[in-house]
Design a protein around this ligand. Structure first.
Ligand code: P6P
Length: 338
C-alpha cells in the first residue's frame, strides 16, 4: 500500500491554496515535530523517574516538568523555531506569547493551543491530546497581539488535534475536509491513515459527565433521559461513554458517531471548555467531517471571541444527535440559574 507521509500530503495539498507560498505547510510541519516529541515523553510517563510530578529530577539532573508544562514548552519551541507565527496563545499561559524574532518578522499566522488536554489522565494511563487552531494575523507587522486572537472560529485557517492513545494520531483540516495521520514510530513519520474522514450523521453514543446531572439545564436532563429510553426504531437506549479526556471522547465519536456535551454546570456556569483553543478547533474539524458543533443554542464557530480563556457550553458530534439535543434545549432550556 502506498504510504503518504504528512509532509508529502501537505505539499500535495498546497496546490489547494494557489497563493500559498508554503508558510502554512511549514507551520503544520512544525506542529507535527512537537507532536512527535510529546508522544515520546507521554509514552514513557508511566516510568517512575519521569512521572508528571514537579520537583523530581530525571537522570540528566533536569527538574522533571509536569507533562502539560513539558508539552507546552515543546510546542512553543517548535513554533518559535519554525518562524511562521507572530504570537501563540496557550491554555498554560495567562497571556499571549508575542514572538519578536528575526525569523518570525514576516510571520502571517497565530496559533492558539491546548498543549495537553486531559493531562490529569496521564498518571492513570488514559489517552490525552493536543488541540490547535491557526488564524491569519490581523495585526500588520511586528509581534502579534491579543487582537490577533479575537477572531470567530469561522476565521480559522486550519485546526486539528493530536491524540496520544493506543496509537498517536494527528487529525487536521484547512477547510477542505479532514485527514487523519497515524504515527509510525519505526520511521518517525505521521502516515495518512484516515483520508477525507466523515462522521456518521447519527450515532448511538452520548458522552457527558453525568455526575453533574443535578446542575444541568433542564434541556440536557431531558436529552439524557431520551438517550436512555427503550425505542427500537431509533436504536435506543444509546451507550454512555465518557473518558474524561475530551480529545479521546470526541475522536471516538467522530469515527463511530456520537455526541459530546459539556453544558453549563454550577461549577462552570459558562461551561468548562475554552472557546479559543478547544471548542473552535474541535468544531472546525467536526463540521468539516459533516458533524455539528453548537453552544446548545448557536453555532460554536460564530460565537464572538472576546477573552483569551473564554468558556462556552459545547454540544458536538453527529448532526442528528446535536439537532435532537438542541431541540430539547429549545423546548426546556431553562438553564438552571446558578
Ligand atoms: P470533567 C479535560 O480537563 C477537559 O477539558 C476535557 O478534555 C474533558 O472532556 C473534560 O475537561 C472533563 O471534565 O469535569 O468531566 O472532569
Amino acid at each position: 500500500m502506498k504510504v503518504t507521509t504528512l509532509g508529502q500530503f501537505i505539499i500535495e495539498r498546497q496546490a489547494d491554496f494557489p497563493y500559498a507560498k508554503g508558510e502554512l505547510s511549514r507551520l503544520l510541519r512544525d506542529i507535527s515535530i512537537a507532536a512527535k516529541i510529546v508522544h515520546r515523553e507521554v509514552n514513557k510517563a508511566g516510568l517512575v523517574d519521569i512521572l508528571g510530578e514537579t520537583g523530581s529530577t530525571n537522570i540528566q539532573g533536569e527538574r522533571v516538568k509536569k507533562l502539560d508544562v513539558f508539552a507546552n514548552e515543546q510546542f512553543i519551541a517548535a513554533l518559535k523555531a519554525g518562524g511562521e507565527v507572530c504570537a501563540i496563545a496557550s491554555e498554560e499561559n495567562d497571556d499571549i506569547i508575542p514572538i519578536d524574532s528575526e525569523i518570525s518578522k514576516n510571520a502571517k499566522y497565530v496559533v492558539a493551543m491546548d498543549p495537553l488536554d486531559g493531562s490529569s489522565n496521564i498518571d492513570v494511563n488514559v489517552s490525552v491530546g493536543t488541540i490547535f487552531s491557526i488564524y491569519r494575523r490581523t495585526s500588520l507587522s511586528g509581534p502579534g497581539n491579543l487582537e490577533d486572537f479575537m477572531q470567530r472560529g469561522t476565521e480559522q485557517v486550519a485546526a486539528g488535534y493530536i491524540i496520544y492513545g493506543s496509537s498517536c494520531m494527528l487529525m487536521y483540516t484547512t477547510g477542505k475536509g479532514v485527514n487523519g495521520f497515524t504515527l509510525d514510530p519505526s520511521i518517525g513519520e505521521f502516515c495518512l491513515s484516515h483520508p477525507d474522514m466523515k462522521t456518521p450523521m447519527n450515532g448511538k453514543v452520548y458522552s457527558i459527565n453525568e455526575g453533574n446531572y443535578l446542575h444541568f439545564p433542564d434541556g440536557v436532563k431531558k436529552y439524557i433521559k431520551y438517550c436512555q429510553e427503550e425505542d427500537k426504531a431509533t436504536e435506543r437506549p444509546y451507550s454512555s461513554r465518557y473518558i474524561g479526556s475530551g480529545v479521546a471522547d470526541i475522536h471516538r465519536n467522530l469515527i463511530t458517531g456520537g455526541i459530546y456535551i459539556y453544558p453549563t454546570t454550577t461549577k462552570s456556569p459558562k461551561g468548562k471548555l475554552r472557546l479559543l483553543y478547544e471548542c473552535n478547533p474541535l468544531a472546525f474539524i467536526v463540521e468539516q467531517a459533516g458533524g455539528k458543533a453548537t453552544t446548545g443554542e448557536k453555532r460554536i464557530m460564530e460565537v464572538p471571541v472576546t477573552e483569551l480563556h473564554q468558556r462556552t457550553p459545547l454540544f458536538l458530534g453527529s448532526q442528528h444527535m446535536v439537532d435532537t439535543a438542541m431541540a430539547f434545549m429549545q423546548q426546556f432550556s431553562t438553564t438552571e440559574k446558578v
